[in-house]
Design a protein around this ligand. Structure first.
Ligand SMILES: [Zn+2]
Length: 113
């Protein structure tokens, strides 16, 4: 799965997105989040859209336009989930490095010791 796959799967969510830059390991989390937002959008007059998806302080950060309170809670869940998943490969990860702060699995954290 790539960033392009997600953008073409949910084109209506990405019309105003100016930055989508996270590692491949987090894309299943982003995909699940998009699935939920897209499903809720069908019942909304004002559709939510994704403005930005990035890594901030080692976790997944997502900014929406017209987001609902429920969507904010899904984003909170996705963000917390990402702090336990390697951003590179999606395996179980944790915070590593002193200057390079990232969430990575043991294999991908080798370069950060
Ligand atoms: Zn990894």
């Amino acid at each position: 799965m790539t960033i392009e796959d997600i953008e073409s799967k949910y084109p209506e969510l990405f019309t105003d997105c100016f930055d989508f830059s996270v590692g491949e390991g987090w894309l299943p989390i982003v995909d699940t989040l998009c699935e939920l937002i897209s499903a809720q959008n069908t019942g909304l007059e004002q559709k939510a859209g994704i403005i930005q998806i990035k890594e901030k302080f080692r976790t997944l950060t997502v900014y929406l336009s017209n987001g609902t309170g429920e969507m904010d809670r899904w984003i909170e869940f996705a963000s917390r989930m990402s702090s336990k998943v390697c951003e590179e490969c999606g395996r179980k990860g944790k915070l590593v490095g002193s200057s390079w702060i990232k969430t990575l699995c043991p294999e991908h954290s080798k370069n950060f010791k």
